[in-house]
Ligand binder design. Structure first.
Ligand code: S3P
Length: 448
């Protein structure tokens, strides 16, 4: 459930060694993009390793509502019969993207240059998030958007009938905004250009090239300049989705905190635009190694081995690394609480507009468990207490945010007393097997 159902209170108790192999689910970002680009190609795209979390399942439903045939073959194996660029049909009903900012923002882009109207909604978290960051650039194509005050969902997108190509400099580091503009550019004639000052995850660019679109990326003094030639015919692909580094972060960090642990997390995507957490953990002194590094489907992949790391130290995380670990700051703060010294995280104001205000959510929960946190508009710092010295014993609000809930579960594994969350339900949006997987490694995670 993602905010529609009964809350699921959960508790994580201090545990002994975590050991074994943690097979985390497929990458969420790549899963959304596989379904959407598959639906915009002509013919059958085959996908294995798709994340079957609520966020991605909502995108699969949306693709069906827009006219693509999406078939679940079981075990993460899916196929999509696409309708071609510009071929989406007007859905008969409102599209509910649940908790997923990525789902709704990418879909808004994908329909923006089709001559159809589509109304989007989501859960309480998603309906509170800003959409003007996407609808502003889409307006340049000729797309109209009518939503609630402050550019919030529910919102209707009226696609441009005669779209024009766009040149757009993304004002904030956001792969969702960049991708929405690129997806809209697919059905505009001529060249759409997107400029980003800081590099964000580049799965859309890689996958568009894989589907046969003409797309180039150039590093200039102004940043990364991405040029897409519109109205291509996209060719269906065979896609093996790598496992999600953002989900791997939880068993990896848990292993660093639980005494005696040794956990292998195989087949993790290590695209440099996503791997900032692992760099930071190694700088802190974590016993984290990459084994069997390889390329799979155009993405770098490795097996991660994480062992109990009792002597981690606080670090300054450079702002220019923020985009490559933006979803991992919550769990990093649980590690920082167990390091010695202060960990300073700056240049992170985007954390305030995620599924929750993640600085506020983590600060409240960490303080409830005896950890000192300071914060400003775009920075926060955690004062480390040394491994195993976090008192715990607190109950934290998860604010309909999967990563907040899982980060507090990790905190509890290395604390002196259990740590609880009011609602672990949102975990199903991105990591539906979190509880059985962590339990099988030796964690003590329970529903209250
Ligand atoms: C994502 C981009 C990021 C990230 C989100 C997934 C994507 O959001 O936080 O979980 O798949 O493009 P922003 O674009 O808001 O930074």
């Amino acid at each position: 459930m993602s905010g529609h159902g009964t809350p699921i209170p959960m508790t994580s108790s201090p545990c002994g060694p975590l050991s074994g192999v943690a097979e985390v689910p497929g990458d969420k970002s790549i899963s959304h993009r596989s379904l959407i680009l598959g639906a915009m190609a002509v013919g059958e795209t085959k996908i294995t390793g798709l994340l079957e979390g609520e966020d991605v399942l909502d995108t699969a439903k949306a693709m069906r509502a827009l006219g693509a045939e999406v078939i679940d073959h079981g075990n993460g194996s899916w196929s999509v019969h696409g309708v071609g660029v510009g071929g989406f049909a007007e859905p008969e009903n409102v599209i509910d993207c649940g908790n997923s900012g990525t789902g709704v923002r990418l879909l808004m882009g994908a329909v923006a240059t089709c001559p159809i109207s589509v109304t989007f909604t989501g859960d309480a978290s998603l309906n509170g998030r800003p959409m003007a960051r996407v609808t502003d650039p889409l307006a340049l194509f000729g797309t109209q958007a009518v939503g609630r005050k402050g550019g919030r969902l529910p919102m209707t997108i009226v696609g441009a009938v005669e779209p024009v190509p766009v040149r757009y400099e993304v004002p904030m580091p956001s792969a969702q905004v960049k991708s929405a503009v690129l997806l809209a550019g697919l059905n505009a004639p001529g060249q759409t250009v997107v400029i980003e000052k800081e590099a964000t995850r580049d799965h859309s660019e890689r996958m568009l090239a894989g589907f046969g679109a003409e797309i180039t990326t150039e590093q200039t003094a102004d940043g990364r300049v991405i040029t897409l030639t519109g109205q291509p015919e996209l060719n269906p692909q065979v896609i093996a989705v790598p496992r999600d580094p953002s989900s791997a972060a939880f068993p990896v960090c848990a292993a660093l905190l639980a005494p005696g642990s040794d956990v292998l997390v195989p087949g993790i995507g290590l695209n440099p635009t996503r791997a900032g957490l692992f760099t930071t953990l190694r700088e802190m002194g974590a016993d984290l190694t990459y084994e069997n590094e390889r390329l799979e489907g155009g993405e770098p992949v490795a097996d991660l081995r994480a062992r109990y790391s009792p002597s981690m130290v606080g670090v300054v995380v450079p702002p220019e690394r923020a985009a490559s670990m933006i979803d991992e700051y919550p769990v990093l703060s649980a590690i920082a609480a167990n390091a010695t010294g202060i960990t300073m995280m700056a240049g992170v104001k985007e954390l305030r507009v995620k599924e929750s205000d993640r600085i506020d959510a983590m600060a409240r929960g960490l303080r409830a468990n005896g950890v000192e946190v300071d914060e400003g508009a775009d920075w926060w710092s955690v004062t480390g207490m040394g491994i195993g010295n976090v008192p715990g014993g607190g109950t934290c609000e998860s604010f309909l945010d999967h990563r907040i809930a899982m980060s507090f579960m990790v905190l509890g594994m290395g604390a002196q007393n259990p740590v609880s969350v009011d609602d672990g339900g949102p975990i199903a949006t991105s990591f539906p097997i979190f509880e059985p997987l962590m339990t099988q490694l030796g964690a003590k995670v329970s529903r209250d």
